[in-house]
Design a protein around this ligand. Structure first.
Ligand code: HEC
Length: 184
């Protein structure tokens, strides 16, 4: 009889050990998190989170670091604010931006308005930028995402962040896509 009890206890322990191992010993397979473009939650947005989102987009979806890196294909943007201040004062600048924030937007969506000398497309004498429109079809940042990237660039430069976190109403793009879903 004692043997029977021993066998029972042994079996329970063995089964328990396997259960414990399979529950806690083997890492759980978690599905990959959804890509960043998943809706930006503006409701709980703080400037700190907004800048962090911009940093993530700069490296990720925005593909900015593809060119803006140490390889010299494009100017580094750590001093983007100081550079922009200089450009805005330069007689060579013919764009419409009045503030650094406006200049950073303009440079991101219409890069050819002002081409940093030496960085133009080959053979265009610095009149055409090789940079794609950050909100165009190849990159496809939304307006909100671009605002986050600009906030990040201002922060990266150690400057005051003048970009405002967009409000819910301003997220017209989001509203539009929600509407078109409703109609389906
Ligand atoms: C295909 C390469 C490429 C990619 C990708 C790229 N850029 Fe650029 N960018 C350039 C080049 C080259 C310049 C310099 C020429 C010019 O003024 O357009 C530049 C200039 C800029 C400037 C102006 C800098 C100054 O001092 O005036 C800003 C701001 C900027 N890029 C932001 C971005 C952001 C934000 C992204 C990502 C959404 C991005 N770029 C992606 C190549 C690129």
């Amino acid at each position: 009889m004692t043997n029977f009890i021993k066998v029972c206890i042994f079996s329970l322990l063995t089964v328990g050990a396997f259960w414990g191992y399979s529950s806690f010993g083997i890492p759980q397979i978690k599905p990959a998190p959804p890509p960043v473009e998943a809706k930006v939650d503006l409701g709980s947005m703080t400037m700190e989170k907004f800048i962090a989102l911009g940093a993530e987009l700069f490296d990720g979806k925005g593909d900015c670091t593809l060119c803006h890196n140490e390889m010299g294909r494009a100017p580094m943007l750590e001093k983007a604010v100081a550079d922009a201040e200089k450009t805005l004062k330069s007689p060579a600048y013919k764009g419409t931006a009045k503030t650094v924030e406006e200049y950073l937007y303009e440079s991101s969506v219409s890069p050819s308005v002002y081409v940093v000398p030496g960085f133009g497309k080959k053979g265009t004498n610095d009149t055409v930028s090789p940079m794609p429109d950050a909100t165009g079809s190849s990159v496809g940042l939304t307006k909100i995402e671009l605002a986050a990237v600009i906030a990040y660039l201002q922060d990266l430069s150690g400057s005051e962040v003048t970009v405002q976190i967009p409000t819910m109403d301003a997220s017209a793009e989001g509203a539009e896509s929600a509407k078109s879903k409703e109609c389906e």
